[in-house]
Design a protein around this ligand. Structure first.
Ligand SMILES: O=C[C@H](O)[C@H](O)[C@H](O)COP(=O)(O)O
Length: 264
């Protein structure tokens, strides 16, 4: 099964397929951003084509919105949809108590708003995203463009006053220019290596003038689904317990993957 995909994509698709099964008819769902979330969007598109699944989808980025429309999902703004039943999104790191680093794709602000407006947030990721301590992945911080160098200096001061002294900060670049988010802001990537005290760092960063949001998602995710290239799935719950599930090998999966043009 899934042999045509490389191992990272097999793991991402496995997680997305498992989480897709939480989606039911008539739900209002938040769609995340990134390579894992894109598998989810494609799977939902295949399900709506094959099984007539009806959902209203709110996207966390322009890119996800374009993909959702292209696979035939009914999309809406968050204002139109109101409160959401479920958001499914990727992550860059997930710790044992479901704290996350997000924003590797630059969509952390919309992602956090959409997740916060949802009854439930399910994270989907390949097994490599699971960590004991957050911070090896650079922490994205979204800042307004006006005076961003002053904002960076103030963030440096925050880091200097903690045990994160010596960390470096780099403005996110894309194609030789500064990366600009869908909301028109810059991203500063904080190279911290480890974050001992996630709970105290987040509010200190948010208190800096010019900081719009950080990629630290604390007490937001309810479940994380980790996919493995073997097809195995681990589901981490809010209680810290991990459930191990075998690869689904049913006919339905084959039909849906065939619709995505992935055959076993
Ligand atoms: O801004 C991007 C998001 O937070 C992504 O969900 C995160 O970077 C994970 O992306 P991927 O699934 O491509 O690893």
């Amino acid at each position: 099964m899934l042999d045509r995909l490389d191992p990272p994509d097999r793991a991402k698709l496995t997680a997305a397929y498992h989480a897709m099964q939480f989606v039911e008819d008539d739900m209002r769902i938040g769609l995340g951003t990134g390579s894992t979330a894109e598998w989810l969007v494609r799977l939902l598109g295949a399900r709506s084509y094959l099984e007539g699944l009806r959902v209203v989808a709110v996207s966390t980025s322009e890119r996800t919105e374009a993909l959702a429309r292209s696979v035939g999902l009914r999309t809406a703004t968050l204002e139109e949809a109101g409160w959401l039943d479920l958001t499914i999104d990727g992550a860059d790191e997930v710790d044992p108590v479901l704290s996350l680093i997000k924003g590797g794709g630059g969509s952390l602000l919309r992602e956090k708003i959409v997740a916060a407006a949802s009854e439930r947030m399910v994270v989907i990721a390949d097994d490599g995203k699971r960590v004991d301590t957050l911070g090896a992945f650079p922490l994205p911080v979204e800042v307004v463009r006006f005076g961003w160098t002053a904002t960076r200096k103030l963030i440096e001061d925050v880091l200097s006053s903690t045990d994160l002294d010596g960390s470096t900060i780099s403005p996110r670049m894309k194609d030789g220019a500064r990366f600009v988010t869908d909301e028109g802001h810059y991203i500063l990537d904080l190279h911290l290596e480890y974050i001992d005290d996630v709970d105290s760092l987040a509010p200190r960063l948010l208190a800096v003038p010019g900081v719009v949001e950080t990629g630290l998602f604390i007490d937001i995710a309810d479940t994380a689904v980790f996919g493995f290239a073997s097809g195995e799935v681990h589901e981490l719950g809010a209680d810290g317990e991990t459930r191990r599930l075998d690869p689904p090998q049913d006919e339905r999966m084959q039909r849906i993957l065939a619709q995505l043009d992935i055959r076993g």
